[in-house]
Design a binder for this molecule. Structure first.
Ligand SMILES: [Zn+2]
Length: 238
C-alpha cells in the first residue's frame, strides 16, 4: 500500500500526491517505492512500483525523466514514453504527470483561469539555467499570468544539509538570490527558499511546507545515501 507523504487539491482543479519511499517492492538500497529506472534498480521492480502508482490513481501516468536544464514538453496523453524534460505541461483533464526527485525540488503549478498543469524538477543546474523564469514564460505562452498561478513545492534538501561550492552557490543565487545560506565554513543553497522568494515577488501563490529529504528517513536523499531511489509527485487536472 502506498504511503503518501502529502496529497490534496490545488484550486479545486488539480489533484496532487507526493510519494514517500514506503510501500513498494524494490530491495535495498532502493527500498521500497523507487520510481526511477536510471538509478541502477531492477527494471522489473521499478515497473511494478510504477504500476502500483498507476493503480492507486486509476490513470495512465506520464513520467518525466529530468534533464537538469529547462526543457519543456507538452503532454497530450496520446504518448506513453518517458518524457525527457524538466517541465511537463498539460491542458487535458485526467492526464497524470509524474516528476521524480531525491533532494531536488519538485513543483506543481496550476491556474484557475483555464485548464493548465505544470510539473517541474529543479536542481541547482536547472536553477542556474533559469528554470524559475522559464516556468513563468511557459505559463504565459499558455495565456496565464504569474498572478494567476498557484503552486506547491515538494520535499527537497534544505540549505543546512546542502553545502555546495562557492561557484555553484553563485550560479544559483544569480537567479534565486534568497537561496543563499552561509554559516561558518558552509556555503549552501536552499532552492525552495530561493524559489519561494522568486515566485512570491512575481505574484504567484506558493505553498512550501514539506520536509527536508536529507532529514527524513521515509524519503530518498541522494546526498545522504548516494546510491538510492527516487520519490515522485503525481498530479492531474480533475
Ligand atoms: Zn535539511
Amino acid at each position: 500500500m502506498i504511503n503518501w507523504l502529502a496529497s490534496g487539491s490545488l484550486l479545486n482543479i488539480a489533484e496532487y500526491r507526493f510519494s514517500s519511499r514506503l510501500g513498494g517492492v524494490s530491495a535495498v538500497p532502493f527500498d521500497e517505492l523507487n520510481l526511477a529506472n536510471w538509478v541502477g534498480d531492477d527494471p522489473a521492480k521499478v515497473k511494478a512500483n510504477k504500476e502500483l502508482l498507476a493503480q492507486s490513481t486509476g490513470l495512465q501516468l506520464h513520467f518525466m525523466e529530468p534533464e537538469h536544464g529547462t526543457v519543456v514538453q507538452d503532454v497530450t496523453g496520446d504518448e506513453v514514453m518517458l518524457k525527457k524534460a524538466d517541465l511537463l505541461v498539460t491542458t487535458k483533464k485526467l492526464v497524470a504527470l509524474v516528476a521524480p526527485s531525491a533532494d531536488c525540488v519538485s513543483l506543481v503549478a496550476t491556474s484557475a483561469k483555464k485548464p493548465f498543469l505544470l510539473l517541474a524538477h529543479i536542481g541547482w543546474r536547472g536553477a542556474a539555467a533559469g528554470i524559475a523564469q522559464k516556468i513563468l514564460t511557459t505559463a504565459s505562452i499558455y495565456g496565464i499570468n504569474s498572478t494567476d498561478l498557484n503552486l506547491i513545492l515538494g520535499p527537497a534538501i534544505c540549505g543546512h544539509c546542502y553545502p555546495v561550492s562557492k561557484e555553484v552557490q553563485l550560479a544559483v543565487t544569480e537567479n534565486l538570490p534568497a537561496a543563499e545560506l552561509n554559516k561558518k565554513g558552509h556555503s549552501g543553497v536552499d532552492l525552495r527558499v530561493g524559489l519561494t522568494d522568486f515566485f512570491i515577488k512575481s505574484g504567484v501563490t506558493v505553498t512550501n511546507s514539506l520536509p527536508c529529504t536529507f532529514e527524513t528517513e521515509a524519503l530518498y536523499s541522494y546526498r545522504r545515501e548516494g546510491r538510492t531511489g527516487r520519490q515522485a509527485v503525481i498530479a492531474w487536472l480533475t
